[in-house]
Design a protein around this ligand. Structure first.
Ligand SMILES: Nc1ncnc2c1ncn2[C@@H]1O[C@H](COP(=O)(O)OP(=O)(O)OP(=O)(O)O)[C@@H](O)[C@H]1O
Length: 236
């Protein structure tokens, strides 16, 4: 379980929202939505321990090493001189350290992750030669190798073609079925409605948190719609 206790996020002492309190239950699958600049990524980074809270706190059942983090594509250096397999192997670092070497079990886990995301034939390719969708599959494979109980994903489908998005959505569904606790920042209401049982919606410094159907119903009953979000042309 992840508990937010009067958590206020922001930068340099400047708060982005009112205090947020609540729990992400173990094994839950939650979408985080809100307009651009609402503070979704900042919240995710604060939960991941990458940013300090302005006030309040985040209580985790596990240590921060057991949290997998999938950043927005725009935050990653796509030109770092690495091969796909090396980038995916980095998923083992939080548990084993950078210099531990890769044993046979870890090698199997890396091969399995590459296969799960359909990149088994591109293991030796330089990461700067991947398409956007292939790059995102690689980041998912790295997350699968890390195999953390908590997974935080920041806009995993932004800029990704609909076929790859649908494929990666099935990976998320599988991880959810395995009992992972998953928080995902998303902009697509159809995806959230179909795949995410829980929703945390950030809006004008306030938040709405609960079952997705309830939050969206409240939104529809209270025009102008609370959940003003891009409806993408993709309905998996
Ligand atoms: N490093 C930073 N320093 C100061 N302010 C920042 C920093 N990063 C983001 N901000 C500001 O914090 C606010 C929230 O940003 P954040 O990226 O969390 O929003 P978001 O809801 O994820 O938006 P988007 O949907 O556009 O990704 C914005 O006003 C942004 O300009």
């Amino acid at each position: 379980m992840i508990s937010l206790e009067n958590l206020v996020t922001g930068y340099r002492g400047q708060a982005l929202s009112q205090p947020i309190s609540g729990q992400f239950r173990r094994g839950s699958l939650t979408a985080i939505m809100g307009v651009n600049g609402a503070g979704k990524s900042t919240l995710l980074k604060t939960i991941a321990g990458l940013l300090p809270p302005i006030s309040g706190g985040v209580r985790l059942e596990q240590d921060a090493k057991q949290i997998a983090w999938l950043p927005q594509q725009s935050e990653i250096d796509h030109h770092f001189p690495l091969r796909v397999i090396e980038a995916v192997a980095m998923g083992s670092w939080p548990a084993k350290g950078m210099l531990s070497g890769i044993g046979r079990r870890m090698r199997n886990r890396i091969d399995d992750a590459l296969e799960q995301v359909g990149l088994q034939d591109l293991a030796g390719r330089a990461i700067n030669q991947l398409s956007g969708g292939q790059f995102q599959r690689m980041l998912f494979a790295r997350m699968l190798v890390q195999d953390a109980p908590v997974m935080l994903l920041d806009e995993p489908f932004t800029g990704i073609d609909s076929q790859t998005s649908a494929f990666l959505l099935r990976v998320i569904d599988r991880l959810h079925a395995q009992g992972k606790t998953i928080l995902t920042v998303l902009h697509s209401r159809p995806i959230v409605e179909r795949h995410f049982p829980a929703l945390l919606y950030l809006h004008d410094g306030h938040y709405h948190w609960g079952e997705t159907a309830d939050i969206l119903l409240q939104s529809d009953e209270r025009p102008p719609s609370l959940v003003r979000c891009a409806v993408e042309d993709f309905h998996p």
